[in-house]
Design a protein around this ligand. Structure first.
Ligand SMILES: *Cc1c(COP(=O)(O)O)cnc(C)c1O
Length: 339
């Protein structure tokens, strides 16, 4: 029985066609800047998203970290959402490795940082305070897309106060597909953007940071310093290029399946549907039945992650088809029918 793994969109395996592309990749030593496939990937995303240059790195965490290190110096601070990945889920890397202070801001329900809160958090120029340098946003955030007019307004505010703008666009293409705009309509408001190839796009490894030549040169230096300089990484970049060619438009299928799954789960007594955004469905189930539910689903070949978030998050991706969704609905229905 095929396992239906709804824990995250990071669990996808490279398709046969992607593995073929990896096998054929031309490679070189990327520390010398000589891996042709890496160079194509970096430049392709930079061009598509409206930037000078790109930098291919192993993970989204490193990509965000390098961006923070490129924008900020020791004693600077960045404004970031209280529940943002770049604040909460990256081990405090900017503080640990860059002596950069985060200023967390309580987010609105859609993930945006209210402009008034941003204003209020910007420190005066005074030796008492860290120097506020950067505004970091996330799109999608828990599957939610930031409104385009919000991005414009946040950009205006940041610019008027001399702040740089970084986007954690781990799922940038989910946002672009959901908003039905070219990704550039989102990225044009930012100085740097980090994109994960290993989430919904289905590559096994890798993220790309894009930005100005100056910022990417700094990021490249920090990549080496943090041990991220790699050699024939073109084998991995080829997977990323394949993903950009073949797995972007199909994100709409993941969103459609998530919407369908949400609609069906909502009909089941015992499940409280909290919301569905892009490829994520959020539900509450009675806490005392969670373990039992997990066991039941595992027996049906379905994996969910429990205990990580306060609610259950079900994520659709490349390896989940319509039949997998039907099996999931049936398994949930069977469990709650037992009462
Ligand atoms: C996954 C993710 C990251 C980090 O990516 P890793 O490759 O897991 O380090 C950053 N931001 C967001 C929003 C993510 O979902």
């Amino acid at each position: 029985m095929d396992m239906i793994d709804l824990r995250s969109d990071t669990v996808t395996r490279p398709t046969a066609a992607m593995r073929e592309a990896m096998l054929r990749a031309e490679v070189g030593d990327d520390v010398y800047g000589e891996d042709p496939t890496v160079n194509v990937l970096q430049q392709r995303l930079a061009d598509e998203l409206g930037f000078d240059a790109g930098l291919f790195v192993p993970s989204g965490t490193q990509s965000n970290l390098l961006a923070l290190l490129a924008h900020c110096e020791r004693g600077d601070e960045y404004l970031v959402g209280m529940d943002a990945h770049t604040y909460k889920f990256e081990g405090g890397g900017a503080a640990v490795l860059g002596s950069i202070q985060p200023q967390p801001i309580v987010q609105a329900a859609d993930g945006s940082l209210p402009l008034t809160s941003i204003e209020a958090a910007i420190k005066p120029v005074d030796p008492h305070f860290a120097r506020t340098r950067l505004l970091a946003l996330e799109n999608t955030w828990h599957g939610r897309t930031l409104p385009l007019d919000y991005l414009g307004a946040a950009h205006e505010l940041a610019r008027s106060r001399g702040l740089g703008l970084h986007l954690d666009g781990a799922r940038l293409f989910n946002a672009a597909v959901a908003c039905d705009v070219p990704a550039r309509e989102i990225t044009r408001h930012f100085d740097t953007v980090s994109i994960c190839l290993s989430k919904g796009l289905g590559a096994p490894v890798g993220s790309v940071l894009v930005g100005s030549q100056t910022l990417i040169d700094k990021a490249r230096r920090w990549r080496k310093v943090t041990g991220g300089g790699w050699r024939q990484a073109g084998i991995l970049a080829a997977a990323g290029l394949h993903a950009l060619d073949h797995h972007v438009a199909r994100l709409a299928d993941d969103h459609r399946r998530a919407a369908y799954l949400a609609g069906r789960l909502r009909e089941i007594a015992g499940i409280d549907l909290l919301g569905q955004h892009t490829n994520m469905v959020f539900i509450d189930v009675p806490a005392e039945r969670l373990r039992e539910l997990d066991v039941h689903l595992r027996e049906a070949g379905i994996r969910i992650s429990i205990g990580y978030l306060p609610t259950l998050r079900l994520v659709t991706h490349l390896d989940i088809d319509d039949q997998g969704i039907e099996r999931t609905v049936e398994a949930f229905r069977g469990f709650f029918a037992q009462g």
